[in-house]
Ligand binder design. Structure first.
Ligand code: ATP
Ligand code: MG
Ligand code: FE
Length: 353
C-alpha cells in the first residue's frame, strides 16, 4: 500500500503520502518562520515546533489523500543527519504510527533523499538512470558525488570550510537581508550588476573538486568595512549580491567540470539541495552540461529544499533495491536518529543476504 513519509531534520515540518510507484497522493509542508528573528535555525525552537505541528500535519495529509490510516503500507522518516531534537520527534512519530499499524518503518538518510530526488517520477523522462554526477548544495552540505546506485555514493570532493547555503546565508546577513539568505539574496541580485565587484574564485582551476567559500565571505566583509553600521545604498547592495552570486556560480561551475572528468560515463549532471533552487547557478550548470553533451537534471524548486516527498521516494528506492538484491525489506523500528550519518555507510543496509 501507499507510504507515509515525514521530514523534520531542520526547520521544515513536512509529511507526504506516495503510491508504491512514487506518485504523490498528498503533501503538506510548513516552513517554520519563528527562526527568522534569530537569523538562523534555533534547534530547541525547531524541535518544539515539529512536536507542535506534526500530529495535525499528518492528519491533514491523510485527509487530503482520501486514505485511511489502515490503507498505509509503510511509514518512513528522516532519521539523520540533522538537528537531533527534530529528528527524534519525526522518527518517534513515524515509528509509533508504524507500530500501531503493524507496518514496517523505514529510516531515511536525509542526504540520500536529496541525492535520489532527481529520480522522482516526472523529473527526467523515463526516470533518471545511474550513474550520475550529483552536485549536492544545501544548507549544511556542498559536495560532488558519483551516484552509482541506491546506497552507492562515491564522494569525489567537497567543501573544506562552509557549505554553499551557509555562504549564502552568512553573506545575506552581512548585507542586512532576511533569513534564509539564499532566496532573498537571489531576488536582490536581479537588480544588480554581476561584474561590478571582482570577488575571488576560491580553488578555481585546482585539481579535484573540493570547494571553499570562506574567502568569499571575507572579501564581502572587506567591501562592507567602509560602511560600518550605516545602511547600504540599495544599488550597491544589489551589485554586491549579484557579484557574489556570480562568483559562487562560477566557482561551482569550475569544480563540477573537474568532477565530470573524475567519472567514467555519467548519464547526467544533477543538482540537488536548497542552493540548487538558485536560477543563476542552474543556468550555469545547464550550459556546462550541454557543453559535455549531458542532460542537466534538477528537481523542481520546491523539491530542492527540504520536503517529505523526497524522503518517501528514498524509502521506496531502498525497498525496491532490497527486493532486487533479494535481501530482507528494511524495518528500522529500533534505529536511533543520528545527527551525523555519512553516506558511505548506506551500502551496509544491503550487505546481508
Ligand atoms: P542539509 O540538507 O545539508 O541538512 P538544509 O536541509 O538546511 O541542509 P536545504 O533545505 O536543502 O538545506 O537548503 C536550505 C539552504 O538553501 C539555505 O542555506 C538557503 O539559503 C539555500 N537556498 C534556498 N534557496 C536558495 C536560492 N534561491 N539561492 C541560493 N540559496 C538558496
Ligand atoms: Mg530549511
Ligand atoms: Fe536538506
Amino acid at each position: 500500500g501507499p507510504l507515509l513519509a515525514i521530514e523534520s531534520s531542520c526547520d521544515e515540518t513536512a509529511c507526504a503520502i506516495l503510491s508504491t510507484q512514487g506518485d504523490v497522493l498528498a503533501e503538506r509542508l510548513v516552513s517554520q518562520s519563528d527562526h527568522a528573528a534569530f537569523g538562523g535555525v534555533v534547534p530547541e525552537i525547531a524541535a518544539r515546533a515539529h512536536l507542535a505541528l506534526l500530529p495535525d500535519l499528518v492528519e491533514e495529509t491523510l485527509k487530503a489523500s482520501g486514505l485511511a490510516r489502515s490503507d498505509l503500507g509503510a511509514v518512513a522518516a528522516s532519521t539523520g543527519p540533522g538537528l537531533i531534537g527534530g529528528l527524534i520527534v519525526g522518527a518517534n512519530f513515524g515509528k509509533g504510527l508504524a507500530i500501531a499499524l503493524q507496518k514496517p518503518f523505514i529510516a531515511v538518510n536525509h542526504i540520500e533523499a536529496h541525492a535520489l530526488s532527481a529520480r522522482l517520477p516526472g523529473v527526467f523522462a523515463g526516470g533518471l538512470p545511474f550513474p550520475y554526477l550529483l552536485l549536492l548544495v544545501s544548507g549544511g552540505h556542498c559536495q560532488c558525488l558519483a551516484v552509482e546506485g541506491v546506497g552507492r555514493y562515491r564522494r569525489l570532493g567537497g567543501t573544506i570550510d562552509d557549505a554553499a547555503g551557509e555562504a549564502f546565508d552568512k553573506v545575506a546577513k552581512m548585507l542586512g537581508l532576511g533569513w534564509p539568505g539564499g532566496p532573498v539574496l537571489e531576488a536582490l541580485a536581479r537588480e544588480g550588476n554581476p561584474t561590478a565587484f571582482a570577488f575571488p574564485r576560491p580553488l578555481k582551476g585546482r585539481e579535484g573538486c573540493d570547494f571553499s567559500f570562506s574567502g568569499l565571505k571575507t572579501a564581502m566583509a572587506r567591501q562592507l568595512e567602509p560602511y560600518g553600521m550605516e545602511p547600504l545604498p540599495r544599488e550597491l547592495a544589489a551589485d554586491l549580491a549579484a557579484s557574489f552570486q556570480q562568483a559562487v556560480a562560477d566557482v561551482i561551475g569550475d569544480r563540477v567540470t573537474h568532477a565530470l572528468g573524475m567519472m567514467e560515463r555519467p548519464t547526467a549532471l544533477v543538482a540537488a539541495g536548497g542552493v540548487a533552487a538558485n536560477g543563476v547557478l542552474r543556468a550555469r550548470l545547464t550550459a556546462l552540461a550541454q557543453a559535455h553533451d549531458l542532460p542537466f537534471v534538477a528537481p523542481p524548486l520546491r523539491l530542492c529544499t527540504d520536503n517529505a516527498v523526497m524522503v518517501g521516494w528514498a524509502a521506496l528506492e531502498v525497498c525496491r533495491e532490497a527486493q532486487r538484491l533479494g535481501v530482507p525489506l528494511p524495518d528500522d523500528r529500533s534505529t536511533r536518529p543520528r545527527p551525523r550519518w555519512p553516506l558511505a555507510e548506506m551500502a551496509q543496509r544491503f550487505a546481508s543476504g
